[in-house]
Design a protein around this ligand. Sequence first.
Ligand code: ARG
Length: 467
Amino acid sequence: MAQLWGGRFTKETDALVYRFNASISFDKKLFEEDIEGSIAHVVMLEKQGILPEEEKNAIVKGLTGIREDVKGGKLEITDGYEDIHSFVEANLIERIGDAGKKLHTGRSRNDQVALDMKLYIRKEIIHVAEELEELLLTLIAVMEENVDTYMPGFTHLQKAQPITLAHHMGAYFEMFRRDSLRMKDIYGRMNYCPLGSGALAGTTYPLDRGYTASLLGFEGPTLNSMDSVADRDYIIELLSALSTVMMHLSRFCEEIILWNSNEYHFVEIDDAYSTGSSIMPQKKNPDIAELIRGKTGRVYGALTAILTTMKGIPLAYNKDMQEDKELTFDAIDTVKGCLSLFTGMLKTMKFHKEAMAKSAMNGFTNATDAADYLVGKGVPFRDAHGIIGRLVLYCIEKGACIDSLTIHELKAISPMFEEDIYDAVSLETCVGKRLTTGAPGQEAMKEALGAYKEFMDKSWLKGKHLK
Ligand code: ARG
């Protein structure tokens, strides 16, 4: 049991207490960040004349060696240490002797862990944004191919008005674009360095916190040492944004599951993204979409857990905050996995365009346009609404649709109908004439697509890519 704080104690820690308190089993994920932060810290200590150059060099070499050995599999991070900070420091002292004992000068594990988490989250925000970018590009590709692919638009899961597949995909593009921008905002707000805040009240050593911050690529140092070690807002913001990503994915999955059903038959999920049944040979199930929908609960759970953990903690650092790690790591990995799988599923999915168009033609999706037609002939909208309502009822009784009625049948319901009604309520007209900004009409859709492509060209991720 390697600990950093034995001096004041006369008894050994109880074995169960040790295990309950230890975090190495999960904070080992922070090992590269811990070393990166430590290197920046000693470089600053040397610049400030707090640490001699030879010792700084020995520490940097020792830390770099630990990093290489762990990555190369020569050194294992075992449960014999309390946390990742103890592991790195103990190994450093083993390697370089007494100079290693100076690493922790002017630092506490409280500002150290705050830094490690920020470095980790900052990197992961980029990874999540990269996954979102791939999904956005995939959506653009689907949109470009389907500006003329008609399908029904729904409200209350009842057919409402005709739209296009491109338009439907565009709605998701907007959602995931906002998700990406949320990542950008969180990144910008959290990008201040807590190192040098000490346990809670700064330190008496003449640290140059601005220098450490710049070495680590932060905008600058944080400005209140108590807040620096007690702030987990950026984790809460991230988990909230990740929950929103999952909510969007889950809605999309729900639609794909419906569309993939025998009843809709709008899409077919590729074999590579489907699973079979152990008993029913005919089955091809959308398990991946269902699992993504299911995992949404897990990410929401992480958000609820951290909000609850943080709500009663007095300033400044308290050990409760160690609970921020497992659930955050899990949520990030879950979201990245779901995004990548979802994009793969979307890329390989087949759209049954004819089934979609056929579905758009049935179900009176052109009833609003029929009413608008009468308005065009001088009938007040409220009266037109009533006439078309009666027309729909007549069609339901006959098992017909508006455009399959004869002009005599139409005129019997309203003398205002003329031959041009057929063209006015065709799928092509219903969609093509919807040209308000953001509407599904081809010209409006092309304008939106232009804006989407420009958004991607000017991506905030440019220059920040890690992949
Ligand atoms: N494992 C701790 C955490 O994750 C590191 C900080 C420990 N600091 C302390 N004073 N016990 O929060």
